[in-house]
Design a protein around this ligand. Structure first.
Ligand code: TRP
Length: 472
């Protein structure tokens, strides 16, 4: 039987501290920047529905599993997997899951920080009134001028990485809790303000029906250059990948946060709350953005610049727009900050545990490496830009898009698959019951079934379809 472990890095002050921190990790650019633009690229309603199903039957069960593994292991993801594998007397190779997670976190943060830099840049621009009365063309060209200038991008990227390293170096728990407690609700209120603005545009209904009326034919069939329709599972993979990305799953971020979780907290309830809040924020962002897209004749599938080309139009025309706008981008930066921290935390705790370095040293070096790699993303939008096709979409920002696809659509779902397999097939049923504090009733059985069969099979099927091994 496993001895009780204590985390070497401290514990949350209670259940709410965990909920806030995990929500801070989950809610970020994924909800407000990425969800709208991939929904736009993939035609709206049907994509949203597939995404919601992925959250419900794959995301939430895997989140429960990941938090549970973290709390049981009480170490960095790598050491957690090593300890748990030993406890359960299974192969020590499970620790490579921790490795893969650290690499995924590093790759994601390298581009995440660049995009967070855009939000920071927009905070200053909006505050300076750059968007007052702006037209759709004006907003598009202001965005284009930012991303075509590597030096400015580098400056914002650097500032954001420094902000991230400072918090990580000081220890994730101090400050994070307070920041999330006040800033998340504020962000939420501002999203409501934006949805209110969107309601008054002529295209609110059009925006809503784009988001919520599914057209499965358009999702699954793409027309090639010769005008022939082909079945593609690509968009389903994107929705699946995004379910992992937006919930911060599959790379150990939620696992490390789980490792600081007090013993008696209900993992199931807290996971459902976090996933619920995360989903709500994404849907609100979509409801704010698409009416503006249609009211101004913009392109729903215009890619990563979508929110930066649309929201400034709203802020440029609403009363006190410079105030609301700058506040919005400031809060978005905060949301990205609380997510960024969790992307690097697994690697930092691992360096502290296994290499005897202190937290500050570990944070600074991990931060510098990430910052350096971020330069590749910066150049993807200008000097190194090239385009390629993926899942029926033309991707225009070369290496950035590749990093995004590699991490969100491949590494995270695979990480999640292995988390599910470990919890469902390698851990004893009794270990799961103990750690979740559950009776062997219907609730547990539903989760156990999802984690053993549904999640792994769904991930595997989508993968195999995309690789074209089997065609349904
Ligand atoms: N979930 C965050 C967002 O939506 C990003 C994020 C933070 C993340 N930690 C993660 C994504 C871990 C994947 C894995 O913006």
């Amino acid at each position: 039987m496993a001895e009780k472990r204590e985390s070497l890095h401290g514990q949350w002050s209670g259940r709410w501290a965990f909920i806030l921190a995990a929500t801070g990790s989950a809610v970020g650019l994924g909800n407000i920047w990425k969800f709208p633009y991939i929904t736009g690229e993939n035609g709206g309603g049907a994509f949203v529905l597939v995404y919601l199903v992925c959250i419900a039957i794959i995301g939430i069960p895997i989140m429960i599993a990941e938090v549970m593994l973290g709390r049981r292991g009480r170490r960095s993801p790598l050491n957690t997997m090593r300890h748990l594998a030993r406890d359960e007397q299974v192969s020590p190779h499970w620790q490579y899951l921790g490795w893969a997670g650290m690499i995924a976190g590093f790759l994601i943060l390298s581009y995440y920080a660049v995009i967070a830099g855009w939000a920071l840049a927009y905070f200053f621009r909006t505050a300076a009134g750059a968007f007052t009365g702006v037209t759709a063309d004006g907003a598009t060209s202001i965005f284009a001028s930012l991303v075509s200038d590597p030096e400015r991008l580098l400056a914002w990227h650097t500032i954001f990485m420094v902000m991230t390293i400072i918090v990580v170096a000081r220890g994730v728990r101090s400050g994070l809790e307070k920041a999330v407690r006040y800033l998340m609700p504020a962000l939420f209120v501002l999203l409501l303000v934006l949805v209110g603005y969107a309601m008054n545009t002529a295209a609110f209904d059009e925006g809503l029906s784009f988001l919520f009326t599914p057209d499965f034919h358009a999702l699954f069939y793409k027309v090639d250059d010769a005008g022939v329709e082909h079945l593609t599972w690509g968009p389903v993979l994107v929705a699946l990948g995004h379910a992992f990305f937006t919930l911060s799953l599959g790379m150990g971020a939620i696992m490390i946060y789980g490792s600081y979780l007090p013993e008696r907290t209900s993992i199931v309830k807290t996971s459902m709350m976090i996933a619920g809040m995360d989903t709500l924020v994404a849907l609100l962002a979509g409801m704010a953005i698409f009416p503006i897209v249609f009211a101004n004749g913009l392109e729903a599938g215009s890619g990563p610049g979508l929110i930066f080309q649309t929201l400034p139009i709203a802020f440029g025309h609403m009363p006190a727009g410079a105030f609301f706008g700058s506040l919005f981008f400031l809060l978005l930066t905060f949301a990205a900050w609380t997510s960024a921290i969790s992307l690097i935390e697994p690697a930092v705790t691992w360096m502290v545990e296994n290499h005897g370095v202190n937290r500050i040293y570990a944070s600074v070096w991990a931060g510098i490496a990430t910052w350096l790699l971020g330069i590749v993303t910066i150049l993807s939008f200008n000097k190194w830009a090239f385009s390629f096709e993926f899942a029926g979409q033309v991707k225009e920002s070369g290496i950035f898009d590749m990093l995004d696809i590699l991490t969100a659509n491949i590494m995270l779902p695979l990480g999640g698959l292995f988390i599910a397999l470990f919890a469902g097939w390698q851990m004893r049923r009794q270990s799961n019951l103990d750690e979740l504090n559950m009776k062997d009733g219907v609730g547990f059985q539903v989760w156990y079934f999802l984690i053993r069969y549904v999640s792994p099979l769904a991930v595997a099927l989508v993968f195999l379809n995309v690789i074209g091994v089997i065609t349904l």
